[in-house]
Structures are given as C-alpha cells and as structure tokens.
Design a protein around this ligand. Sequence first.
Ligand code: ADE
Length: 340
Amino acid sequence: MKKETPKEINEKNKKNESFLDRTLRPNCWNEYIGQENTKNNLLILLKAAKERQQQPEHLLFYGPAGLGKTTLAYLISKETGRQIKITSGPAIEKVGDLASLLTNLSPGDILFIDEIHRLNKNIEEILYPAMEAGSLDIILGKGPSARTIQLELPPFTLIAATTRVALLSSPLRSRFSGGVFRLEFYSDEEIKEIIKRSARILKVETDDETALEIAKRSRFTPRTANFLLKRCRDFAQVNKNKLDKTTVNQTLSLLGIDELGLSQLDTQLLKIIIEKFNGGPVGLNTIAAALSEEQATIEEVNEPYLIQLGLLERTPRGRAATEKAFKHLNIQYPEDKKLF
Ligand code: ADE
C-alpha cells in the first residue's frame, strides 16, 4: 500500500472528524461530563497558570480510544482563549516536519499531538529541549564539520494523547511537567447524560429510558454513544418512528451489536478463544491471525472493553475467556476449568 504523506493523513483526520461530531463537542467545562478527577486537576492547573500569567505546562492524556482526549485539548484551548494546532504522531514523518510546526507557533499556542506513541524516536528527541527549555536544536551539516544551532521557540503548551502510554519512553513521559492524566471509562449514567445533551443539539426527541438503553451498549465511550445515537436517529427518521427503546433495539440489531454492546468482532474474538483454543490462554498474535485483524486494533479497540466487562483476561500466557464469556455466548463452561 502507498504510504500516505503527512498532509494526506491530516486531511483524512479532518474529514473523519465530521462537522456533526465537532458540533457535539462540549464548549465549556460545565458541559463536559465525567472524568471528574482529571477535570478538577486541570481546572486548578489552568487557573493557577492564568493568575501567574504563565504558559500552562505540558500535558499528556492517555486511555482507550474515544474517551475524549482530543475533546479535552479543544476545551482547554477554548477556555484559555489559546489557539490550538492539531497534528498526530504518524503525520510527523521527518525532523523537519516537527521543526516547522514548532517554529510556526505563535506565542501562547497549544500544540496537540495525537497518537504520540507513533512518533519516531529520532523526532522525539527534538521534542525534549523544546519542551524543557523552549529551544530547538538544529544540526547543520554532517560528520566532523556538523554544528548545532539553537533556535528559541515562542512559549507553547504541548498537549499529547495516546492510547498506548506504555510505548512512550520514560524521558518523554517525564517531560509532561503539568501531569500525565489517565482517562477512565464513563459510567452508564454519565454516558446517558452525554446522549441527552447530544440529542438536544441534534434536535431529536428522546426520554431517559431510551438514552439509558443506548448508553448501556456504548462501550462506556462517548464516541460510540454519539455514533449509536446518530444511527438510531437515522433509523427513526427513515421508518417514521419515534426514537424509543424499540427503535434502539432494531437499530442495534441491524448494526450487529448485542445487548452488552459487543460488536460482531468482539463476539468472534471470544468465540475463537472458546471454540478453537478451549477458552485459552492463547497468544494475541494467534488470535489476530485467526481473526485476520491487526494486533493493535484488537489491543486498542476490542480488549479494553471486553476486559472491563470481565469477559476476557490477560494472563502471562496469553488471553483467556472468562466463565462470564462462556455464559454470555451460551456455551457450557468446561468442568476442568472450574478447578482453577
Ligand atoms: N463528548 C465527548 N466527551 C464528552 C464529555 N465528557 N462530556 C460531554 N460531551 C462529550
């Protein structure tokens, strides 16, 4: 497959993030639901920096996809009145790409790097002096005649996001002087509130019971919740129905999502472990090959939710389906497993 250029990746990211999704983003802290611990810490940190008239320190957000890492970065930009420039690890291909991003910042800007774990190691090293001392070290020439020049950068705040914090080197992690924040899965009640807010913006009528029904199948994740709400709205509109519990059930069954919110891929993954490998443990690479899926997708999309639901376990010898997973799929739990 042809490798995409940074520009193409940026364009694609922008397109994926549709206008509709942007309108659903919270515009102020009061509208941001959940993540109380992170939110409270950020409010203090930003208020203190504002009172001192200083640049907020660098921040790292990590956690499963769709929990609102980018949303938080936008919100910080809005609430602090700072301009935000958005990029991502894979879009920064060369040292020059990052150097140009940094030198083009205006004083006070926020630079947001999504998927920072995918940043090349030699590019990462440029970030160290930039984050610590606000300077850019540029090496001119090669070999014995090479020399370094230092460019002073305007004050900026780096906000980075990752779904794979363990892949970040510890020197990089330690340079997020403002803090490293773990975003948690949302409760059903929090997701319900997010759905009700989104429904108001989309001008669809719902009630508490319907919103909760969508919430229960939303993988504890706002992005999934908003996606399901939009699909239920489409279904209701096309069939000239109200958006009620029946519509939700019909839409979700059409999408192949079960009552626990499992997608067909989640179910297949559990079935493979149970039916082909006697419930596991089995290595991730074997599961990925059997499913014809990327290991990273399984690790970042499927596993966090299955683990959170208690359907899957990560053991030193591989992945194993739990007794609850057997029950959910209506498969008899083997007697010999009960001994352990
Ligand atoms: N959209 C995405 N994340 C959200 C949150 N935490 N609160 C409200 N709307 C959201």
